[in-house]
Design a protein around this ligand. Structure first.
Ligand SMILES: Cc1cc2nc3c(=O)[nH]c(=O)nc-3n(C[C@H](O)[C@H](O)[C@H](O)COP(=O)(O)OP(=O)(O)OC[C@H]3O[C@@H](n4cnc5c(N)ncnc54)[C@H](O)[C@@H]3O)c2cc1C
Length: 203
């Protein structure tokens, strides 16, 4: 499910609605997805967010690497040598969406300076923040937008061959109603169809 954000952060990020970028998102239990993230007018969405939402519990933080493909410390060091008078903002805009960099500058995450003015402490802070941006979602957009649901009928109580309830002969459960949650990308359809096939053979 897409995440909603708390008011101050949401208002600061709202102008980014529609901006997408490649990210790595980690949940607190260590689960990680490396896919696109999309800023929306309500918060965050996109494949990485929809996937990680199955592993997030209210109150928990997410850690987002905004530049998983480019190590920023090495990038900035090379850029500073090559273009010392370039603004830090325009330098980062070579690898991150420009609108995102502008908002990060407004939030004072990205200092309004040139590369030659960027000292090593500022660089280290910036790199740490952009590679591990910690946010605490307010919640999710809920059942209305969910693509898959957690929980359901406990599969340990079903025959894996026929999907028949062990305790109630003649009662079968298949698909979404069972306690099976697949990643996005077709696994839930696969489960729905496969469990239906197994059940139908038995019937
Ligand atoms: C927006 C969205 C996008 C998704 N994208 C993907 C994807 O890309 N890949 C993927 O693998 N999965 C995806 N899913 C998940 C996937 O659709 C489900 O896991 C799958 O459809 C479950 O199949 P099912 O037959 O168990 O249940 P459902 O498809 O939900 O079928 C249940 C049926 O029962 C009917 N019904 C309910 N109550 C009653 C009643 N009382 N009497 C009679 N009929 C009733 C419903 O109308 C419905 O037709 C997506 C889900 C959503 C919502």
């Amino acid at each position: 499910m897409p995440f909603t954000l708390h008011k101050p952060l949401l208002e600061q990020l709202q102008t980014l609605s529609g901006v997408a970028l490649e990210t790595t998102i980690d949940a607190q239990d260590g689960t990680r997805f490396k896919e696109a993230m999309l800023f929306t007018h309500r918060g965050l969405s996109g494949p990485a967010v929809l996937q990680i939402s199955s592993y997030w519990l209210p109150g928990e933080f997410l850690t987002i690497d905004l530049s998983p493909a480019t190590p920023l410390d090495a990038f900035l060091t090379v850029q500073r040598e090559a273009h010392p008078n370039l603004s830090l903002k325009n330098s980062l805009a070579k690898i991150l969406p420009k609108r995102l960099v502008e908002v990060l500058q407004t939030l004072k995450v990205v200092p309004d300076i040139t590369l030659k003015q960027l000292n090593s402490r500022q660089q280290a802070e910036l790199v740490a923040t952009l590679h591990a941006w910690r946010i605490q979602p307010n919640g999710t957009e809920g059942y209305r937008t969910a693509e898959v649901t957690l929980g359901g009928v406990d599969t340990t109580q079903l025959s894996s061959k026929t999907m028949e309830a062990r305790a109630v002969p003649g009662l079968y459960f298949i698909g979404e109603v069972a306690d099976v949650t697949g990643w996005l990308g077709g696994y839930n359809f696969q489960w729905a169809w496969s469990s239906a096939w197994a059940c139908a053979q038995a019937l």
